[in-house]
Design a protein. Structure first.
Length: 430
């Protein structure tokens, strides 16, 4: 089991059975349907070998495909249930139709004005100073490209980057669709905005009507919702972790990580099955190669881990040391590296580190990294040859070879335990 965990996560993640493995994989942001397609069609490398179609069917029969933790951020959307919306022209290749839009994240903080002593609500920027994001989607493959932005006035540069990215990846944009927020922006008030003038030289252009996005740019609107839901899920999950108070992060510091979570959400969504070709992922349809989860290093979001800090650089330390932090997604630049949020020792400010040297992935609780998943799915591992009945709160931690540890040494009474399993955030209904 240890070897399997190391091959998948590139770090030791302690899980004791298939149900915990599936739950830990769901916490990466991939849905049950995504994992099922990857296993069924073998369209992604690096998945745990012990996750099979049989184990997924058993898990779904027992707990359903959407445990409570995965429903934290799913809104009730009616969609096109009555079929009033006219169908968009069918696309058959990458680049045939590309849609783009700006998006905002509604993470706010309440402060008190020093002069008036009145409360006011301020919008939180990311730790890098971003105020929003620019998002584009290829309608055929469903693959997303995105970038954090400081101002929506940069739309000309963002559109150029989108078209150049497709050209660099071997695709040609034939139609670019967006709303007026993207296509009307420019430095000067002119008859033909700079964005439209640039796009018309390369491909066709389509501008959706205000407040009627479902008739023109419905794909990008759905993509914006999907990204927002994933980011909201990650934030709600970490805020519901009872071990959060031992990490030292404040709520505002975690909310301002939305910029890093935006990049993580794009990675996760691009690994989902392609609607145009269900046997392949969006990543494979666009890049024409299968994604490798071991290279991407997709870990459970906001997992607690230790990252190796090297002496020198921006550190005052004269020696290497391991520092605890939160996993906030894979690196989009360095293959095999992850992004970790840590607190500086002196100022207690958030610092985001890109590194491939990590260890001890857990939820911040006890030595058994996913003991809270055992409790969540109501699985109590009982010691062999024990005839007495234990209380439901007693969970026996197992060694790597499957044998239970000494019961008298490892059982901790709930009232005396300093760390509590994340039962509130992870609960699976049978």
């Amino acid at each position: 089991m240890n070897n399997t965990a190391t091959r998948y996560f590139n770090s030791k993640v302690n899980v004791s059975n298939n149900e915990e493995r599936i739950m830990a994989t769901l916490l990466t942001g991939l849905s049950f349907r995504d994992i099922y397609h990857m296993i069924k069609y073998n369209c992604a490398k690096g998945l745990p070998r012990d996750i099979t179609i049989q184990s997924l069917n058993s898990f779904q029969h027992k707990y359903g495909s959407t445990p409570d933790v995965l429903q934290l951020a799913v809104p009730n959307l009616a969609g096109n249930t009555k079929g009033y919306m006219a169908p968009i022209e069918k696309v058959t290749e990458v680049g045939q139709r590309v849609e783009a839009d700006f998006m905002q994240f509604d993470f706010n903080d309440t402060t008190v004005d020093v002069k008036t002593q009145q409360k006011k609500t301020i919008k939180l920027t990311s730790h890098g100073g971003a105020t929003g994001a620019y998002l584009s989607v290829d309608v055929y493959s469903g693959l997303l490209h995105g970038r954090l932005i400081v101002s929506v006035s940069e739309s000309v540069q963002r559109v150029k980057e989108t078209i150049e990215t497709y050209q660099r990846d071997g695709h040609k944009v034939k139609l670019f669709a967006a709303d007026m927020g993207v296509l009307i922006q420019g430095k000067f008030s002119v008859a033909t905005p700079e964005v439209q003038e640039y796009v018309r030289k390369i491909c066709k252009i389509e501008c959706s009507e205000p407040y009627q996005h479902n008739y023109g740019t419905s794909h990008i609107e759905r993509s914006v919702r999907s990204v927002s839901e994933l980011v909201r899920f990650a934030i709600l999950y970490v805020l519901n972790n009872p071990n959060l108070k031992f990490m030292g992060f404040t709520k505002v510091q975690l909310l301002r990580l939305w910029g890093e979570l935006f990049v993580w959400a794009l990675t996760v969504i691009n690994l989902k099955p392609c609607a145009s070709c269900p046997s392949k992922t969006k990543y494979e349809v666009y890049y024409n190669k299968q994604p490798d989860l071991r290279e991407i290093r997709l870990l459970p979001i906001f997992a607690v881990l230790y990252v190796l800090r090297r002496k020198g650089n921006d550190l005052d330390s004269n020696r290497d040391f391991w520092q605890r932090g939160f996993y906030i997604g894979p690196s989009a630049v360095v293959p095999g590296a992850v992004r970790v949020a840590v607190l500086t020792k002196k100022t207690k400010l958030v610092q985001v580190i890109t590194s491939s040297e990590i260890k001890a992935v857990s939820d911040g609780g006890d030595l058994n990294s996913y003991s809270h998943i055992v409790t969540a799915v109501n699985k109590i591992i009982q010691e062999d040859n024990v005839t007495e009945t234990h209380d439901s709160s007693d969970v026996l931690v197992q060694e790597e070879d499957g044998a239970p540890l000494d019961d008298s040494v490892n059982r901790i009474e709930p009232s005396k335990s300093p760390l509590k399993p994340n039962i509130a955030a992870i609960s699976a209904k049978p």
